[in-house]
Design a protein around this ligand. Structure first.
Ligand code: FA5
Length: 338
């Protein structure tokens, strides 16, 4: 009987290892420890043994029963874990995997704004920010545009109930920059501006400008032209035709309009350049002494230049886009080209 019990340990171990699912382990338990199980049957034969033999076989079979139960518990846990893992594997989903939707793209305005920033930062310019809701005094008065000045009419203004306005250009950042900096300094200020204007192929009510201002000793028009050329060569990566003509802005003296030969029609005339062959891109000039003084700058010692780049028009020329209204649209076929 002792031999039979010893042999049973091997049989039990083999049967348990062969179990693939928790139900198999349960079948092994019934086969060995159940009412009609192998070990139970052996124990039933103990009545024919001598008392000494009975004590010895009893102890042996109890120890074996305990051992089988421990092994069963361990195996059942293993198989259960395996089941959970299998279930998890079947249900697993990679939530970082791109969905069926097409991917977005950087907006062309953002692409070129980044490039313009890089070009100016490489020339040592700082990048400033200014609020879109602005004080009248910064948007107009301190820029040498008093309340009755006709230049106010050129920039139809969205007035706010609180007496402030949506800035019509980025030039108020000139005022803020002068008041917060000690010369010499040079900065650009990209941002959104608003005008109460009729929209057409080259005009929007909400558009972007990049203001630039340099204040230092002995600044001349030559510095201005050099900076504009560096910018345009960096953006267009080729020679482009530009022209400088006199332009009037109360905050610069002398003032200029920098026009670029229309890259949409090659100068022949189209709806974007209003059939003129040229597109007004970047007004600029030497900062008016009144403006410098309003910014607390000593005009005996310092002079400066400033410019106000229209970002949409630059992007239109760069990519050959013939309608400014596309920028505010939601057509992904348009946006994914850049
Ligand atoms: C100004 O806004 C001046 N503050 C620029 C300036 C700064 C001059 C510093 C001198 C010194 P203007 O109104 O011309 O100027 O606008 C500047 C540029 O913004 C234009 O050349 C054009 O490229 C762009 N722009 C003007 N109006 C619109 C519009 N409605 N839609 C899209 N772009 C526009």
């Amino acid at each position: 009987m002792k031999k039979r019990i010893e042999k049973m340990r091997g049989e039990f171990t083999v049967a348990l290892q062969a179990a693939a699912v928790p139900e198999d382990a349960e079948k092994v338990r019934v086969a060995f420890l159940g009412k009609k199980g192998a070990l139970t049957e052996v124990l039933k034969g103990m009545k024919d043994l001598t008392p000494d033999e009975r004590r010895e076989v009893g102890a042996l079979s109890n120890a074996l029963k305990d051992e089988f139960e421990r092994m069963l518990a361990t195996r059942a846990a293993e198989l259960g874990r395996g089941e959970i893992e299998k279930k998890l594997a079947a249900e697993w989903e990679d939530i970082s995997w791109p969905s069926g939707l097409s991917r977005g793209a950087a907006h062309p305005i953002a692409v070129i704004r980044r490039r313009v920033k890089e070009i100016f930062v490489s020339m040592g310019f700082e990048v400033l920010d200014g609020p879109e809701m602005e004080e009248e005094v910064n948007n107009f008065d301190k820029l040498n545009i008093p309340p009755d000045h006709p230049a106010r009419d050129a920039q139809d203004t969205f007035w706010l109930d609180n007496g402030m306005l949506l800035r019509t250009h980025t030039s108020p950042v000139q005022v803020r920059g002068m008041l917060s900096h000690t010369p010499p300094f040079k900065f650009i200020a990209p941002g959104k501006v608003y005008r109460n204007e009729a929209v057409d192929a080259s005009h929007e009510h909400t558009f972007h400008q990049i203001e630039g201002m340099v204040v230092d000793r002995n600044i001349s028009v030559a510095h201005l032209i050099y900076s504009m050329k560096t910018l345009l060569t960096g953006i267009f990566e080729k020679e482009v035709e530009v022209r400088l003509r006199p332009g009037f802005f109360p905050f610069v003296e002398p003032g200029f309009e920098l026009d670029i030969k229309c890259l949409i029609c090659g100068g022949k005339g189209c709806s974007v350049c209003k059939q003129s062959g040229w597109l007004e891109l970047m007004p600029c000039g030497m900062v008016h002494p009144v403006v410098l003084r309003n910014g607390g700058i000593d005009t005996e010692e310092f002079s400066g230049f400033a410019f106000g780049l229209g970002l949409e028009r630059l992007v239109m020329m760069k990519y050959g886009i013939d309608d400014i209204r596309l920028f505010h649209g939601a057509d992904l076929r348009f946006f994914t080209q850049f």
